[in-house]
Design a protein around this ligand. Structure first.
Ligand SMILES: [Zn+2]
Length: 885
C-alpha cells in the first residue's frame, strides 16, 4: 500500500497546477428564483441542482442549475432571473486573473487576489516572525494531514480575556480566508504603531485561524470551486465530506437546515465532532482558559448573527448579545457604507434557523459569545462566493473593524478622549480612542468653524440675509416644487412649514425667483423677507418673478476696464486692469513663480519630478530626497513636483528611502525639456549632473580665453602692461642704471630709443657698445650695474619691462672699484641706502666726480637718484640689499 503514495502525491501536484476547479460547472448557470415553493424545490432536485445556501427545509433562491433544469423552469413558467449565465466561464476567469496577478503582487497587494493554502501559511509565518507578541500556533491536522494553523497575539500572563476568530469552515468561502489573515496582519502592524491597539492587546489574548477546513479549501482551488464540506470519506457512502458547521454539539442534528444524508451539503456527520477538523478546533478552543468571544466568519450575505442560531428563543445574555452585535454591525457598515444586518435566531423570519453550528457551541459549550459573520456580497448577483477581487480589501477592512469591536468589548475598557484639555474629555475613559477634539472658532466642540459665506451666527459674511419661509397647506412637504433664488434651490421636504436662510447682495439689482410646479402646486406658498422681516416677495407654485429691481446698480462703469459691468449705473471705484498674468485686478504672479504657478528658477534650471506608486496607495513612507529637499505623496498612484537647481554646481545627490513597500515605488527626474536625468526606485542612492563643468578662462580679453569654458578658474592671462622707467640722459658723459628688468636685456635693444644720439656705452670692466660700428661688447644689461654713456644730444631713455623689488635683488660688490646701480624708484640718502656696507666703503662718486668720503665724514652726493649709476671703491667684497621702495 505504501508504494502508492508517491503516485498519489504526483497526481495531486498535477491537479494543483491544472486549476480545473470549474469543470463540475460546465453548462451551468446561477439563477435566482422569484418565488421558491416546496413544489418547485422538489421538482428541481431531480436535476442535480446546487443551492448556494440552505437553512431548515427552505433554501435561499440562489441556485446553480444545468441546462435541463433551466429548461424545466422555462417550460413550467417559473419566473427567475439569471445571475450568472456561464458559471464555468466565470470560475475560469477568476483562475486566470489569479494566475496572472499572483507573480506581480506582494506587500499590501497580497489582499488583491485570493490566496492558496500554501500562500496563507507563508503569510502566517511572516506575521509571526515580524511581531514579538505574535506566535504561530498549530491546532492539529486535517483528515488529509494538513496543518490547521493560526496566529496567537498575547503579551503573556494568565487567565486573560481571550477572543477567537476563524474563517473557512466552508471551503468555497474564500474571502473569509483573506479577511482573517488581514486581521492578523493588521493587528501585528498596528500593534507597533498604535498605542490604542497596544493597550488592547496588553489586556486581551487574540487567536486567529484563517483556514479551519484546509482540505476543503485546497479542493475548492484544484477541483471544485463550489465545494463546501471537508474531504473526509463517509463509511458506506460514495459521497465525501461533512458540513463542519453542522457537526458541533449544539442542537446537533436538530433538524434546522440539516441533513443526515452524506450526499447533502449540510450533512451533519455521524456524531458530534465526527469531522476531524471540528474535533481538532474544539479541543484547542477548550484549552483557552478565559474565552469571552468568538467570530465564525463566513460568506456571503452581509450579516452579523448572534446566538442562538438554532432557536428563536433569546439567550440569558440577550441584552449583551444585541449590544455587541449592533456595535459590530455598525462598525462594519460604517467602514465603507456597505450595509450589514444584525439578528439572532431567524431574525424575525428574515433568515433561517440552523442546528449544530460552531458559534452556538461556543456559547452553549464554552460560555463565550459566539457570532457568525457573513461577509460581502449580500447576494449572488454581487459575486456570491466569488466576490470580485477588487472588493477583497474592502471586505477585509469591514471584518477588521467588526472584530475590533469584539476585542474592545472583551477588554471591558472604557474608551474615549483621555486628554483633559480636549472639549470632549471623558474622565471615565481609560484608553484614548483618538476622538479628542478642540473647540472651533464658533465655540462648537469638534466643529469645523462656520459654513463658507456665513459667520458663526449663521449671518451672511457679505451681502444681506434673505429669510425664506415655506408652507405646505396639506402638510406633506412640497412634493417636487423647488424655490430657486438667484440659482440656489430650496424646498420643503416634509411637514407643513420650514425655513431657509440665503445671502444676496442688494446692490446687484434684480433677484430672479422661480418656483417649479411639483405634483401638488396648490398646496405651496412661500415668503421671502429681508433681515428686518420686511417682505420682499411672496407667491405659490408655479412662479416666475423678481425683486430688488429698483436699486441703482453699482459697479465698474469704465468700458475699458476688465470688470466693466454694462448694467452698472453708479461707479463704485472697483474698475481694474488685467495684470501680466491676464487676471482681472490681479497682482501678477507670486514672487518666485510664473503666471502658470510654476517655479521660476532665475539663472538656475527647473527639475520636474514624477513619482509613481504601482499599487496606488502612495509611497508608504518612502521619501525622495534631491539636494536635501524631500518629496513624497500619501495617496494615489502618482504625483509630481518641481525643484530648481544650478547645473553649474555639478553633482546633484538623489536618495530614496525604503519605506514600507519599496517595490511599488518608481520615479523619474527630468529637465525642463523633458529630458530624463535620472530615474529609479526605492531604496536608492545616486547622483546626476556630475559631468564636471568645463572650467577655464572665461574672459574674452584674455590671451588664453576658452570659449567652451563655463566656469572661470582664475587662469586668465593678459598681455602684461609693462613697467617702465624714463631716464633723462644729458648731453656728454653720464652714468645710468635702471630698476627695470628689460623685456629684452641686450644693451643695443635697451639703448635703441637713444640710438641716434648715442656715441658710446661702457660697463665697469671697460667693455663697450659702439652703435656706429653695430658692435655690442657689453652683451646684456645687468641690473646690479651702472653704465657710462656718452650722448651727442640730451635724450630721454625709456626702458620697459618688469620693475624690480630692491629688497629682493642682491647687490654684489668686489674689492676695489665697482660701477653699481640704484634700484629704488625714489631718491634715498646715500648713507641710509648703503648702511649695511658703510664700513667697507672707501669712496662713492658720481659720473661728474661728486664724492662721498666716509673717512672724512663728507657726503657731497647726498641722495641717490633713480636712473643714475655710481662708482664705489671697497675694502672687501660684500653683498647687500637696498631697502624696499
Ligand atoms: Zn459558510
Amino acid at each position: 500500500m505504501k508504494r502508492i503514495l508517491p503516485l498519489i502525491l504526483m497526481f495531486s501536484c498535477i491537479l494543483a497546477h491544472a486549476q480545473n476547479n470549474s469543470l463540475p460547472y460546465e453548462n451551468t448557470s446561477v439563477v435566482k428564483i422569484k418565488s421558491l415553493t416546496p413544489e418547485i424545490e422538489s421538482a428541481l432536485n431531480a436535476f442535480d441542482v446546487n443551492y448556494l445556501s440552505c437553512r431548515s427545509h427552505a433554501c435561499v433562491p440562489d441556485v446553480i442549475v444545468n441546462k435541463e433544469a433551466k429548461n424545466w423552469l422555462k417550460d413550467n413558467g417559473v419566473s427567475y432571473e439569471t445571475l450568472v449565465e456561464d458559471l464555468k466561464e466565470k470560475i475560469d476567469r477568476e483562475n486566470q486573473y489569479m494566475n496572472l496577478m499572483r507573480s506581480q503582487r506582494d506587500g499590501e497587494a497580497w489582499y488583491t487576489i485570493y490566496r492558496t493554502y500554501d500562500e496563507v501559511q507563508d503569510k502566517l509565518e511572516e506575521i509571526a516572525s515580524s511581531n514579538s507578541i505574535a506566535t504561530l500556533i498549530n491546532l492539529g491536522s486535517s483528515y488529509e494531514n494538513r496543518a490547521i494553523r493560526g496566529i496567537k497575539f498575547s503579551t503573556g500572563g494568565n487567565n486573560k480575556p481571550a477572543v477567537f476568530f476563524n474563517g473557512c469552515q466552508h471551503a468555497r468561502e474564500w474571502v473569509t480566508v483573506m479577511a482573517t489573515t488581514y486581521l492578523a496582519d493588521q493587528l501585528s502592524q498596528n500593534y507597533t504603531a498604535d498605542s490604542f491597539i497596544q493597550n488592547l492587546l496588553n489586556i486581551v489574548d487574540v487567536y486567529i485561524i484563517p483556514i479551519v477546513n484546509p482540505d476543503g479549501y485546497v479542493y475548492s482551488h484544484t477541483t471544485d470551486r463550489y465545494w463546501r464540506k471537508n474531504r473526509q470519506p463517509n463509511p458506506g457512502s460514495s459521497y465525501i465530506g461533512t458540513d463542519l458547521n453542522r457537526n458541533w454539539d449544539a442542537d446537533w442534528n436538530g433538524g434546522q437546515s440539516t441533513s443526515t444524508s452524506p450526499s447533502s451539503d449540510v450533512y451533519v456527520g455521524s456524531s458530534p465532532f465526527s469531522a476531524y477538523e471540528a474535533n481538532v478546533v474544539k479541543n484547542y478552543m477548550q484549552s483557552i482558559p478565559n474565552l469571552r468571544g468568538h467570530l465564525d466568519i463566513h460568506s456571503y450575505s452581509a450579516l452579523v448573527l448572534g446566538p442562538w442560531g438554532y432557536s428563536n428563543s433569546q439567550t440569558p445574555d440577550h441584552a449583551e448579545v444585541v449590544s455587541l452585535g449592533n456595535a459590530m454591525n455598525d462598525a462594519i457598515t460604517n467602514t465603507n457604507g456597505y450595509p450589514f444586518t444584525f439578528g439572532t435566531g431567524d431574525a424575525n423570519g428574515a433568515l433561517y434557523l440552523a442546528s449544530g453550528t460552531m458559534p452556538d457551541w461556543t456559547y452553549d459549550g464554552l460560555g463565550a459569545l459566539g457570532y457568525t459573520y457573513e461577509l460581502r456580497p449580500n447576494s449572488a448577483s454581487g459575486g456570491g462566493f466569488e466576490l470580485p477581487e477588487s472588493q477583497i480589501l474592502d471586505a477585509c477592512e469591514e471584518n477588521y473593524n467588526g472584530a475590533m469591536e469584539m476585542i474592545i468589548w472583551a477588554a471591558d475598557i472604557q474608551s474615549g478622549c483621555t486628554d483633559p484639555s480636549a472639549c470632549n474629555y471623558n474622565s471615565n475613559a481609560t484608553v484614548d480612542d483618538g476622538s479628542c477634539a478642540q473647540i472651533d472658532e464658533c465655540g462648537d466642540c469638534g466643529g469645523n468653524g462656520p459654513a463658507p459665506g456665513y459667520d458663526c451666527d449663521g449671518n451672511c459674511l457679505t451681502g444681506e440675509t434673505l429669510n425664506i419661509s415655506m408652507l405646505d397647506s396639506y402638510g406633506d412637504g412640497w412634493n417636487g416644487s423647488n424655490l430657486v433664488v438667484n440659482g440656489i434651490s430650496v424646498t420643503l421636504n416634509t411637514g407643513s412649514s420650514g425655513s431657509e436662510v440665503l445671502c444676496f447682495d442688494s446692490s446687484e439689482g434684480c433677484v430672479e425667483v422661480n418656483v417649479s410646479e411639483g405634483s401638488w402646486p396648490a398646496e405651496v406658498s412661500w415668503t421671502i423677507s429681508d433681515a428686518s422681516g420686511q417682505e420682499l416677495l411672496s407667491g405659490g407654485a408655479p412662479f416666475t418673478g423678481e425683486f430688488n429691481c429698483d436699486v441703482q446698480v453699482s459697479g465698474c462703469t469704465d468700458p475699458s476696464a476688465c470688470n466693466y459691468n454694462a448694467s452698472a449705473e453708479l461707479d463704485d471705484g472697483s474698475c481694474a486692469e488685467l495684470d501680466e498674468c491676464g487676471d482681472c485686478g490681479g497682482d501678477g504672479p507670486l514672487p518666485g513663480y510664473d503666471c502658470d504657478g510654476n517655479i521660476e528658477c532665475g539663472s538656475g534650471a527647473l527639475l520636474s519630478i514624477e513619482m509613481i506608486d504601482s499599487y496606488g496607495d502612495g509611497w508608504n513612507g518612502t521619501d525622495l530626497i534631491i539636494n536635501g529637499e524631500s518629496f513624497t505623496f500619501e495617496t494615489g498612484d502618482n504625483a509630481s513636483a518641481s525643484l530648481c537647481y544650478d547645473p553649474s554646481q555639478g553633482c546633484v545627490s538623489v536618495t530614496a528611502t525604503e519605506g514600507s513597500y519599496p517595490t511599488e515605488v518608481s520615479w523619474t527626474i527630468s529637465d525642463a525639456s523633458d529630458q530624463e536625468l535620472i530615474s529609479g526606485g526605492a531604496p536608492f542612492t545616486g547622483e546626476f549632473n556630475c559631468v564636471e563643468p568645463v572650467s577655464g578662462c572665461t574672459n574674452p580679453d584674455a590671451l588664453n580665453y576658452n570659449a567652451d569654458a563655463e566656469v572661470d578658474d582664475g587662469s586668465c592671462e593678459f598681455t602684461p602692461v609693462p613697467d617702465s622707467q624714463t631716464i633723462d640722459l644729458p648731453e656728454g658723459w653720464y652714468t645710468f642704471s635702471t630698476y627695470i628688468e628689460p623685456i629684452n636685456p641686450s644693451m643695443d635693444v635697451v639703448l635703441a630709443p637713444v640710438y641716434n644720439s648715442l656715441i658710446i656705452a661702457k660697463d665697469g670692466q671697460g667693455l663697450a657698445y659702439l652703435p656706429n660700428f653695430d658692435f655690442n661688447g657689453i652683451g646684456d644689461l645687468n641690473n646690479g650695474k651702472g653704465y657710462l654713456i656718452k650722448l651727442s644730444d640730451a635724450s630721454d631713455l625709456t626702458i620697459s619691462g618688469t620693475k624690480l623689488l630692491p629688497q629682493d635683488y642682491q647687490m654684489e660688490f668686489n674689492v676695489g672699484w665697482n660701477m653699481f646701480s640704484y634700484l629704488r624708484d625714489s631718491s634715498g640718502n646715500l648713507e641710509q641706502m648703503l648702511a649695511p656696507i658703510l664700513n667697507e666703503i672707501i669712496i662713492v662718486k658720481t659720473f661728474d666726480g661728486t664724492a662721498y668720503l666716509p673717512e672724512w665724514n663728507y657726503n657731497g652726493i647726498g641722495d641717490f637718484i633713480p636712473g643714475e649709476g655710481y662708482q664705489a671703491k671697497l675694502t672687501s667684497s660684500v653683498t647687500f640689499y637696498y631697502p624696499g621702495n
